[in-house]
Design a protein around this ligand. Structure first.
Ligand code: AMP
Ligand code: MG
Length: 358
């Protein structure tokens, strides 16, 4: 697709979005256009979910594989009745507890949803976002919005309007700039069409929170052979340089990372280090970008995608990333890092760096 549209950047207040900008964006959507907007997860790229031609333009603008379905965003629960064929009792409980918010439900699709939106599946992914700009925009459009993350396919998701323009300037009609998006990682995708609920993609709502309400909840493996969420089979969230993920206990991770960074530096490579421990030793061997603090995975989620994009600017040859624990939102962060690593994953060293925690 050509980059020949004049993409407008419409500034909006993230708490009380200005009516003028929202109405203008709503008109663009009603004409079949594409508008990127902030949500409490990342920036989304919206089109009228009921208009197959508008939705097809999302795939074109992002370069997204046609078999990867989109999440439909609604402004109220009632709308789900018009989109899903039926709503299981578990879905009602989850909507009561987590909507509006970062939880996407996979339900049987109704007839109103075009095949472009569901990528031809018999199921539909739907969520009600919490961000005032997202809710106002869906209201102004008067239709549900199909909205994947507003990045070129395969790239890190955008958490600012600037990130959106880096990828999609000239390919979409407008972006609503409401400042940084909220959590920094995408919604949790939960499949409710089987006997046991399955997390297809970990995200803002944690397995622990879901189990408290539903009892048994499965988590689909990051690298299963036949993922039930079509999107999960693609390499994702990738910065330009290859990323190697070091997993394990903090001291072991730091030790292995230092070892690898020294090796690579000696070979003349420019090494990027994605750190959440804040270890000072890294500065001597690479370009360090901090993303939050390991003890508080929410802060790592919030800084993750901006950090990955920062390495593009630093023009590093490779990135070494510190892993964190798979609990709480840490599971979503690790899922994104494992995808970005595209199977380049190593264990921490058996001997801690300097024999101490970094
Ligand atoms: P994105 O909006 O780009 O962050 O990705 C949406 C995610 O939801 C992708 O991993 C999709 O494959 C997944 N998804 C959307 N619709 C469905 C569906 N009907 N069944 C399973 N997964 C879905
Ligand atoms: Mg995405």
């Amino acid at each position: 697709m050509e980059n020949n549209l004049a993409t407008r950047c419409l500034k909006v207040d993230p708490v009380r979005p200005e009516t003028g900008a929202i109405l203008e964006a709503g008109r663009i959507l009603n004409r079949g256009g594409l508008v990127a907007f902030p949500t409490e997860t990342v920036y989304g790229l919206g089109a009228n979910a009921l208009d197959g031609r508008a939705v097809a333009r999302i795939f074109e603008a992002k370069g997204r594989p046609a078999d990867n379905p989109l999440i439909v965003h609604v402004a109220c629960r009632e709308e789900v009745k018009h989109l899903a064929k039926n709503i299981p009792p578990a879905a009602e409980i989850l909507m009561d507890n987590f909507w509006p918010g970062p939880l996407t439900l996979v339900l049987p699709a109704g007839a109103a949803v075009p095949p472009e939106t569901t990528a031809g599946l018999k199921t539909l992914a739907v969520r009600m976002p919490r961000h005032p700009v997202a809710l106002a925009l869906i209201g102004a459009a008067g239709v549900p919005l199909a909205a994947p993350s507003a990045n070129l396919s395969g790239r890190p998701s955008p958490t600012t309007a600037e990130h959106v323009l880096q990828d999609l300037n000239g390919r979409i009609e407008a972006v609503l700039d409401g400042g940084p998006a909220g959590m920094g990682v995408e919604s949790t995708v939960l499949d409710l069409t089987g006997f046991v609920p399955v997390i297809l993609r970990p995200g803002g709502v944690t397995p622990e929170e879901l189990r408290e309400l539903l009892g048994e909840v499965e988590v689909e493996a990051a690298f299963g052979d036949r993922p039930r969420s079509p999107g999960m089979k693609y390499a994702h969230y990738a910065p330009k340089a290859p990323l190697l993920l070091v997993e394990g206990a903090p001291g072991a991770v730091a030790a292995r990372l230092m070892e690898l960074a020294r090796e690579q530096k000696a070979l003349g490579r420019r090494v990027g280090i994605l750190s959440c421990s804040g270890s000072r030793d890294y500065a001597s061997v690479g370009e360090v970008v901090l993303a939050g603090r390991r003890e508080n995975p929410e802060t790592v989620a919030a800084g993750l995608y901006a950090a990955l994009r920062r390495f593009d600017e630093l023009d590093v040859d490779l990135i070494l990333a510190e892993g964190l624990e798979d609990s709480g939102v840490g599971l979503a962060v690790m899922n994104r890092l494992r995808k970005a690593a595209d199977r380049r994953i190593v264990a921490g060293s058996p001997v801690s760096f300097n024999g101490k925690q970094p």
